[in-house]
Write a protein that binds this ligand. Structure first.
Ligand code: THU
Length: 138
């Protein structure tokens, strides 16, 4: 199994556990560290809606808590269905794009948007967040 397939399947696995009582929109993410570890996450919603945390940031913050600081890829899967297949690609929201930006080289960071293990598209973070502001600006 190559790393793309592995990341997508970990994202689908995480998605099953999403805490989504309000939107019923399940998202899973799996993040690859430069040291080749995988951290997964799902979205966590709150009755105060603005406090919701996306799957991507759950994965990212778990990894950062563990001391990881450099990442090379993330797979994201999401929709309101129950199956191991989604109807459409789920691109990361603006906040998640910016949070990922903190810990990667945007032109090298791969964002894998998947519907199934074999139906995916790969973009770089630079394509999703062009001309971005990052740690190098401070
Ligand atoms: N969501 C994610 O977890 N990741 C995304 O990339 C887009 C949106 C979540 C937030 C919220 O729990 C639900 O999807 C609907 O917006």
């Amino acid at each position: 199994m190559d790393y793309i397939e592995k990341l997508i399947s970990k994202a689908f696995e995480a998605r099953k556990k999403a805490y989504i009582p309000y939107s019923n929109f399940k998202v899973g993410a799996a993040l690859l560290t430069k040291s080749e570890k995988i951290y997964s996450g799902f979205n966590i919603e709150c009755a105060a809606y603005s406090v919701c945390n996306c799957a991507e940031r759950t994965a990212l913050f778990r990894a950062v808590f563990d001391g990881e600081r450099e990442f090379s890829a993330i797979a994201v899967v999401g929709d309101s269905g129950e199956k191991e297949i989604t109807e459409s690609y789920c691109p990361p929201c603006g906040m998640c794009r910016q949070a990922l930006r903190e810990f990667c080289i945007p032109s090298e960071m791969k964002v894998i948007l998947a519907k199934t293990i074999s139906d995916f598209k790969i973009l770089t973070l630079d394509e999703l967040l062009p001309y971005s502001f990052g740690p190098n600006h401070l």
